[in-house]
Design a protein around this ligand. Structure first.
Ligand SMILES: [Zn+2]
Ligand SMILES: [Zn+2]
Length: 568
């Protein structure tokens, strides 16, 4: 890590503190230190390991320690902890050219906006322009800035990619001569990070394809079109770039398969067709995917599985899983309320979850040690539980469960201790601090926490934040094996910034017989859609409904926590 990288980290730290509304003195101190270090004339690593850096003007002992951690481990635990409790959408907004921390805070506090998609909507519908110090010109610049971000970073998070693809899909659907438009590509496979967006558009054939290409070229918002007949690439003023595959109804099945599968999956399909003495394209035109797979002696393969991870074999011998679906989820859990860093009251959570068809909702605010996340003191817990009891009395049609997201402390004990933890109906244990431990230390920390009979669910097991923070070092195999042994559920955290466990590890958890809990980690009712995102990852991990904890009714869900406590 060089001086410029250290400077960048310190500046980020200052920006995050400012987003949190911390004291201006502390913020200025980090900015000064960043400048001093960028201009330091000698070797920084040497200075950090000796006393020279501590004595440098503008750099105090605390910052010097932080720089040494950065140089030795490449990480900054102070930054990691802060990041844990700032809505990730706000961090993304900081990357919009010209927006800056003060305006991001204003947008968050004034309009309650926490995501790029919401910000883009507010820029379009005039809410942003109406904020003081904003105006139409700034709103327009924000819109352009979001477009610029999209163009400059080709990898994006699943939910952003889905929003972008859906917007284009709806626009194309309205075009004359389009019979049908379907989402394809990595979005349809529900990958956690998406590079390319793809759609399939169906036309009437006999020259209708060429006519459609012409119409696409002049469609509203399109600035550029490349390619012809079979597939075109469209570029929009919003910055979105989409590949559109064109097919007649008769060709649709194969075209959708080609536009969806990972390259490795498609290669396997080709190989199978060759072994049978043909090729994918030489077969008869087939209008549906089932027909194409059937012609190869295969059952239809759900798009999430088309990754060349053994799905062809399973489709050939009839052993594909019956994948979980959104409607299988009976409970919504891992919700933060206004008792900690969420924005929603208990009653609002109950109403939102009932409206989405859930039977129960598990509230899990932060525990006391999570100072950044507004963790609850023991006396707040009493208040919160009385409120939950009242909501359960008054609100029909949904049951609110008393849960907690307790910090797994550095020594592996759970925050609060047994006496307070006993008051909760279930406990998620998560790591929110000291991410820089060695693999051996971190693994020991988590395994120790799993010995506590209060721990029912292990929250976001690797701590990753997609495109922002790598997972911490941990021996997942040991953790999953212990979860299976002890009957502890492991979370698929469905916050689209996390999607942790990774679906590849979900597959391993499934093999080991671990029960998976889909946790929304929602801080506002906007997070209600995380449930479906989590189901996508569970499906990618080959999970069936019976393997997912929140497909059970409330009593069966709580039985897991009770069984754990009795075992202790
Ligand atoms: Zn957490
Ligand atoms: Zn959480």
């Amino acid at each position: 890590m060089d001086k410029q990288a250290v400077r960048h980290t310190l500046e980020q730290l200052a920006a995050f503190l400012e987003l949190k509304g911390e004291s201006p003195v502390r913020i200025r101190a980090f900015r000064n230190a960043a400048r001093a270090i960028a201009g330091y004339p000698a070797d920084l690593a040497q200075a950090a390991d000796s006393d020279a850096l501590r004595r440098l003007k503008g750099v105090g002992p605390a910052t010097a320690d932080l720089v040494r951690e950065l140089l030795h481990t490449g990480r900054c635990s102070a930054l990691d902890e802060l990041r844990e409790h700032i809505p990730p959408g706000l961090v993304e907004m900081l990357r919009i050219p010209g927006l800056g921390v003060a305006k991001v805070r204003q947008v968050h506090e004034g309009l309650g906006i926490e995501s790029l998609a919401d910000l883009e909507a507010a820029a379009a519908d005039g809410r942003l322009a109406a904020l003081s110090h904003f105006g139409a010109k700034t709103a327009e610049n924000v819109r352009k800035g979001i477009a610029y971000l999209r163009q400059s970073s080709d990898l994006r998070l699943f939910h952003h990619a889905l929003d972008e693809t859906e917007a284009v899909r709806r626009a194309l659907e309205a075009l004359e001569g389009v019979l049908r438009v379907e989402v394809a590509g990595a979005v349809r496979r529900r990958c956690e990070l998406i590079r390319e967006l793809a759609l399939v558009a169906v036309h009437g054939g006999n020259g209708a394809g060429a006519a459609l290409v012409q119409r696409l070229g002049v469609a509203s918002g399109v600035t550029e079109i490349a390619g012809k007949t079979g597939a075109v690439t469209l570029r929009f003023t919003s910055g979105t770039v989409v590949d559109v595959f064109l097919a007649t109804e008769a060709e649709f099945g194969l075209c959708w398969i080609r536009a969806t599968g990972s390259p490795a999956h498609l290669e396997q399909l080709e190989a199978r067709a060759r072994t049978a003495g043909g090729s994918l394209d030489a077969g008869p035109a087939l209008s549906d995917e089932e027909g194409v797979y059937r012609s190869l002696g295969l059952a239809w393969i759900p798009p999430e599985l088309r990754e060349d991870e053994g799905e062809l074999q399973a489709a050939a011998d009839g052993s594909l899983p019956r994948l979980i679906e959104r409607r299988d989820l009976r409970g919504f859990l891992h919700c933060h309320s206004n008792y900690s860093d969420g924005t929603v009251t208990i009653a609002e959570w109950a109403a939102a979850c009932r409206a989405e068809g859930y039977e129960w909702v598990g509230i899990t605010d932060h525990s006391e040690s999570a100072a950044y996340g507004g963790g609850l003191r023991a006396e707040d817990v009493v208040r919160q539980h009385a409120e939950i009891d009242a909501v359960n009395r008054d609100a029909g049609g949904i049951r609110v469960l008393k849960g907690v997201e307790a910090d797994i402390l550095a020594d592996g004990t759970l925050d609060y201790g047994a006496e307070v933890l006993d008051r909760f109906e279930f406990v998620i244990g998560s790591i929110h601090s000291r991410f820089g431990m060695s693999e051996a230390e971190m693994t020991r920390r988590v395994l120790t926490a799993m010995d506590d009979p209060h721990l029912a669910i292990l929250g976001h097991p690797t701590g990753r934040l997609l495109l922002q923070r790598e997972p911490y070092a941990i021996d997942l195999e040991k953790v999953l094996a212990k979860a299976a042994l002890r009957g502890i559920a492991v979370e698929v955290n469905a916050d689209p910034h996390r999607l942790d466990l990774d679906w590849r590890a979900v597959r391993r958890a499934r093999e080991l017989g671990v029960t998976v809990s889909i946790g929304a980690d929602a801080h506002s009712t906007g997070g209600i859609t995380n449930g479906a995102v989590g189901v996508g990852i569970a499906r990618k991990g080959w999970l069936e409904a019976s393997q997912v904890l929140n497909t059970r009714d409330a009593d069966a869900f709580l039985a897991l926590a009770r069984r754990r406590r009795r075992a202790g």
